[in-house]
Design a protein around this ligand. Structure first.
Ligand SMILES: CC(=O)N[C@H](C=O)[C@@H](O)[C@H](O)[C@H](O)COP(=O)(O)O
Length: 229
């Protein structure tokens, strides 16, 4: 584990390069190209889903890499690196930081966040990032030894605010109360919003769809132009 990773990403933009199987850009080759483009544009880090995408990006890009593995399990709502198995594969694929759902919802296989954090910390080969949706979840993750908190899940749990833009209140309150870095992530669509995230206390800003999902970008244009009549 390399804590200088954190210094490398401070104050910059991390680009999340993800496409699910049902999306037009799905495929590791395309995601690696996205990551190369992000690096050329000045990104300080990459966030990627699945061991194959992580390995493909690692081979092409020399930036700190946040890895996760989205996988559905019956009977649990948790899908971002839900179990130890996915976390270990993500690390094996070359991620420097492993991102896990750290919401308070029940996990698959009866695993708990506490034991997952303890096991991954004792391996010591990757930093742990907690994808949370509330201040309480963030503070709990910090207590469990996570090195980074990210606002990723705000708006995606039924008990967090459902809004179109970033959760600035969460960024502000968590940054004020936590002693580990808070990354702003989720629905950051404009440069002004990214600046506002930093003003709210974010250590780093993670941007996904606004850069790497052209279907979302197109839709924002088409919806807006149509709404202007
Ligand atoms: C909730 C969830 O599953 N978030 C995922 C986490 O890895 C990704 O689908 C998002 O693209 C990422 O968080 C970046 O957010 P945005 O694409 O809104 O900039």
């Amino acid at each position: 584990m390399d804590k200088t990773m954190l210094e490398k990403v401070r104050g910059g933009i991390i680009v999340s390069c993800q496409a699910l199987p049902e999306e037009p850009l799905f495929g590791s080759e395309v995601m690696a190209k996205m990551a190369i483009a992000a690096q050329a544009g000045g990104a300080v880090g990459i966030r990627a889903n699945t061991p194959v995408d992580i390995a493909a990006i690692k081979a092409e890009v020399n930036l700190p890499l946040i890895g996760l593995w989205k996988r559905d399990y019956e009977g649990s709502e948790v899908y971002i690196t839900p179990t130890l198995e996915e976390a270990e594969e993500v690390i094996r694929a070359g991620a420097d930081i492993v991102a896990l759902d750290a919401t308070s919802r029940p996990r698959p296989k009866g695993e708990t966040l506490e034991e997952l954090a303890a096991k991954l910390r004792s391996r010591g080969d990757a930093l742990l990032m907690a994808d949370i949706s509330t201040v309480e979840e963030g503070l709990r993750a910090e207590e469990l030894g996570f090195h980074i908190l990210s606002t990723t899940m705000s708006g995606y749990t039924p008990y967090s605010p459902q809004q179109e833009g970033p959760d600035f209140d969460l960024i502000r309150e968590l940054s004020a109360r936590a002693s580990v870095p808070v990354f702003a992530e989720g629905r950051i669509h404009t440069r002004e919003e990214a600046v506002e995230c930093f003003r709210s206390g974010a250590y780093t800003v993670v941007i996904g769809g606004a850069i790497t999902r052209p279907q979302q970008i197109t839709k924002r244009f088409t919806d807006f132009v149509r709404s202007q009549g």
